[in-house]
Design a protein around this ligand. Sequence first.
Ligand code: FAD
Length: 358
Amino acid sequence: MHKKHIIIGAGQAGLSIAYYLDKNKEDFLILERDSVASTWKKQYDSLTLITPNPFISLAGKKFNTQNKFPTKNEVVNYLKDYSTTFADHIVLDTQVLEITQEEKLYRLTTNKGTYHATNVIVASGYNGDPFVPNMAKDLNDGIIQYHSSTYKSLDSLPEKTSRVAVIGSGNSGIAIAKELSKKHNVSLFEGNIKRFPRKILGIDIFWWVGSLGLFKVKRGTFLGDKLAKKLIPKGDPTYGYYPEKIAKKHNIKLFKRLVQCNGNILTDQNEDFTEIDAVVWATGFRTNYHKFIKLNVFDSNKQVQHFRGTTSYDGLYFLGLKWQSNISSFLIFGVKEDAKYIYKKLNSKRKKDICVTD
Ligand SMILES: Cc1cc2nc3c(=O)[nH]c(=O)nc-3n(C[C@H](O)[C@H](O)[C@H](O)COP(=O)(O)OP(=O)(O)OC[C@H]3O[C@@H](n4cnc5c(N)ncnc54)[C@H](O)[C@@H]3O)c2cc1C
């Protein structure tokens, strides 16, 4: 089957570009390996967002909630709702296994057959694969292990589990450690995370970031490139989460960075150690675009080489990259600006294509 535009992924990024294509009656399909908003669905049940509710809406539809920090289910429902106007264009349970070029088209091999497209917009998620450090294999077979993306709730662990370690003190690590501490003895191993206060002078930090114009600082400018270079390699910052305070309040034992696993013993960089029965790896993600995109768009670190989501390949675009154009690109409310930019690029390419055909 040939389509003018194929979008890979029905998360907020894929839906955002679909919104513009649908509004302009373009010929497009979204190929989604699972279901709409599946990445959000898979997160732990008690997840609430770090972005307050004025910072969530996508283009053309307001996010309505009474909660200051919405729950993941509210986000899932919002995205599902968002997708209904172009539901006919979404093909579920269809995983893109390989993208190659064939003459002037892109060839997408999926588990359900082959598609061809003039333009491909990869919106399959920057958090491609869960990352677990190699040392996890030095744990005994009997130790229960989850990644933060597979841990669901207190019910994920058997009743009798007593000693649980959470590795990583980012937003999900701290939230999961707090939850587990209701029932278990929890050890939290800290990562190197940037920490910001939730409020400054009583006002939410997101408001300050917006008011200071930081969401408008673009890649390709001196400040934008400097900030991106500094912040991309670090995990997402936390807001108002200070491990010492949380450990004290929730009776969690705090450790420094984990350096060794051995049987059922975890040791930190200060050589403090603890015995465990279970571990939750809140150690982040790695991109996986290079695993299925067989085109020369990656640098030596397997990162996408792009400018605001456009690549050196005519008709190949990305959406949902970290710092794609600015600091909010990876967040729900930030993706609409990038989607609009990519839509404009598609539109000017269309005019060029027509001229060439004429
Ligand atoms: C724990 C956690 C908390 C977060 N909290 C916030 C928050 O508070 N506020 C905020 O704004 N952002 C938050 N984010 C960040 C961000 O909003 C999410 O990561 C978001 O899911 C990214 O959207 P996306 O559309 O780019 O990718 P995804 O949501 O990952 O969507 C990609 C879609 O592509 C599909 N897919 C992947 N590969 C293929 C393939 N090969 N073929 C077909 N389909 C494929 C997937 O199934 C998925 O449905 C959080 C992220 C995490 C992990």
